[in-house]
Design a protein around this ligand. Structure first.
Ligand code: URA
Length: 214
């Protein structure tokens, strides 16, 4: 029986997400397949993660009659944590073509296993926007925690975190540091290995996406 999810964590258990995640994990999946699956997964998970976005009424005309419809109430900003987070941007922009993209460079120091920030660039309307912070992996949670802190310091007031694979350590770290940040994940794996990689995980998501392994 799997452990109950912490509050504020949504597991995206849609069958298509689970099938594509399995293909992504598979060691036989080469970079081209890894990129394709990551793009598809990004589109599917952002669909779920934006379910609670507020809308406002918008009156338009169809070819036949006026119609009361909806527009998003607030601008959306997608914020990938570099490098691997970049792999989720294209698939998200397929559904959210008009959003701005912030970039957050967090380098994992392999000795301390703590993130070091090397780049931060976000649009000036952070405070009015719903920010979707993205990284395929939530491992120790320190990079995501640092990225949320930077976004808040720059003015962000509404942040969601979207990943594909997480683990209890990362969920506890991020929820503990930022309990206002909802987390969306397609899997909660058992834990981390001695190098702080998620096991079974996908391996190094950035290396597999960019073809830089080995
Ligand atoms: N980053 C990855 O790419 N994979 C992990 O398992 C952990 C961090």
């Amino acid at each position: 029986m799997p452990a109950p999810l912490p509050t504020g964590v949504t597991l995206i258990d849609h069958p298509l997400v689970q099938v594509k995640l399995t293909q992504l994990r598979d060691v036989r999946t080469e970079s081209s397949g890894f990129r394709a699956r990551l793009n598809e997964l990004a589109t599917l998970v952002v669909f779920e993660a934006t379910r609670s976005l507020a809308t406002r009424p918008e009156r338009i005309e169809t070819p036949l009659a006026p119609c009361d419809g909806h527009a998003l109430a607030r601008p959306v900003i997608v914020a990938p944590i570099l490098r691997a987070g970049l792999g989720l941007v294209e698939g998200m922009l397929d559904l959210l073509p008009d959003v701005s993209v912030a970039h957050i460079g967090m380098f994992r120091n392999e000795i301390t296993r703590r993130p070091e920030s090397y780049y931060f660039k976000a649009p000036s309307h952070l405070a009015e926007a719903d920010v979707i912070l993205v990284d395929p992996m939530l491992a120790t949670g320190f990079s995501a925690t640092g990225a949320v802190t930077q976004l808040k310091e720059a003015g962000a007031t509404s942040i969601r975190f979207v990943c594909l694979v997480s683990c209890p350590e990362g969920l506890a770290q991020l929820r503990g540091a930022h309990p206002d940040v909802e987390i969306f994940t397609a899997a909660v794996d058992p834990g981390l290995d001695e190098r702080a990689y998620i096991v079974p995980g996908v391996g190094d998501a950035g290396d597999r996406y960019f073809g830089t392994a080995g």
